[in-house]
Design a protein around this ligand. Sequence first.
Ligand code: AMP
Ligand code: MG
Length: 570
Amino acid sequence: MTKHGFTLFVFFSAVASTTCRDEQDFCESKVCNEREFKQNHFYTNEKTYGEIPLTLSHRLLDALPLDELDGPVSRPVRGCVFSGSRPTPLKEPLTLAAASQDVLRNILDLNESVIQNEEFVLCVSGGKLFPGSIPLAHRYGGHQFGYWAGQLGDGRAHFLGEYTNRKGERWELQLKGSGKTPYSRSGDGRAVIRSSVREFLCSEAMHFLGVPTSRALSLVVSEEPVWRDLFYNGNVIKERGAVVLRLARSWFRIGSLEILTRTGELDVLRTLLDFIIEEYFKSIAMNDPDKYVVFFSRVVNETAHLIAHWMSVGFAHGVCNTDNFSLLSITIDYGPFGFMESYDPNFVPNTSDDEGRYSIGAQANVGLFNLQKLLEALKPLLTSDQLSQCRQTLREYSQTYQQRFHELFKAKLGFLGNQETDSYVIAFLLKLMEDTGADFTMTFRQLSEVTMSQLQTGSIPPSMWALSDLLSHEYFRDWVQLYLKRLSRMESDSDAARQHRMQGVNPRYVLRNWMAESAIRKAEKNDFSEVALLQKTLTEPFVEQEEAERAGYSSKPPSWAQQLRVSCSS
Ligand code: AMP
Ligand code: MG
């Protein structure tokens, strides 16, 4: 690892499997046909449909093989991609703790008043089904912490169906925390308030930061007791269950394909892959003999872009297992993620990740590892020539990543056009930040707010606390001279235009752990005011907001923030 940690390395050592994996406890299952399935699970359950004007459909039910419903008994499932599985309603009273207006209005075409409706709260927490919904659990596997973990699947999530909105976009709706499925293994199928608040807030925040991500419609909390061993040290505590309704264009993961190759179900593999390409990669011709090669190169490209994007906002996912890596290269499965504060390439947000396998600086490499696993999954469907082409694509991943990283960081520094020294200026700044432990988000933000003349004269106001930290570095003046020289070469540019550009890409607010924690502590006492404030603030992360300033969201993190730890337990 270099000092900057942003350089890509192809080699890394294997690390031990961690606590995120439950023991597998299985019994047998059967595969049924679509007609049988619908008879069992669709027509007989009509009474439970809600009255919310949101009708869901299920194209994948017609296209993909289905398991027969056998209750939520954990078992190895074969020959299918989904199992029927009904949500288990949470213990009432239920409270709608938060809802995304943007998702309601702009994705689901719903009027905001719908959230007043009790039916809505039931529908978004698994107590009732939306019209047309057939709840399913997806079967997938995955490499966890470097090792093949076998069958995983939606152990506490229910795929409800898809919605095609008035813009013609198709969105897949899923509940998380909605009870056991055939993939629950020894888990309880639940999610607690703390992890649900984090997923709700962060997925919405990432969207407004411009990072490809799943979205969240709602957060419902309940009185249901849920027991969790927070730090896997035998200290089990009682928490409360919550459900997030989340949405994505697709929830398929690298692990969705891996499991089929691992078990030799090559017909199902081909069926699923063709379905994915036809549905979500529309520009790939289904009669193209190289369609799998083109598909692979798209995923490689987009994954490199996604990870570069994460780096540009200081986001560490925390659990970059192949089951958490989307085939559509969007951020999914928010768990022990973290936004880096003090700049540190070795920043590890997940305290369960002892070896730092998923440190922020390792994410690009881990992306490559995951793409290698995707290629292994595709291998049985490729000719040797196609396999070589895919391997070549993998060799280009590093360059694709670095190029995107470079573009994003150039924009963060307000650079237009290309200059030979750009990489050096970026790397130099990161090195200063690392040496001084300057805050990642606010260093870039304050560089967007400071004037060139303030930089030139070194008269940085103390309110620019992150830049003030950087100022203490013996080479800061050298960097400033390089930076100002670079800026002055953009002749038609003005300082105001530079600031404007930079403020549009350098957020003033990100979901720091301490902010999430403060909102969670209140939410656990049924006070959702800070969830609301954070949600509102993070909808416009690039705009300075009075209330957010008063709450200290752009200030130096409080001292108690340093003690915070986030684990896989959720
Ligand atoms: P995650 O770490 O949240 O990505 O989950 C990894 C795997 O464990 C997935 O298959 C999840 O569905 C499953 N899982 C995590 N928590 C639970 C739980 N409480 N009950 C059942 N399955 C779970
Ligand atoms: Mg997951």
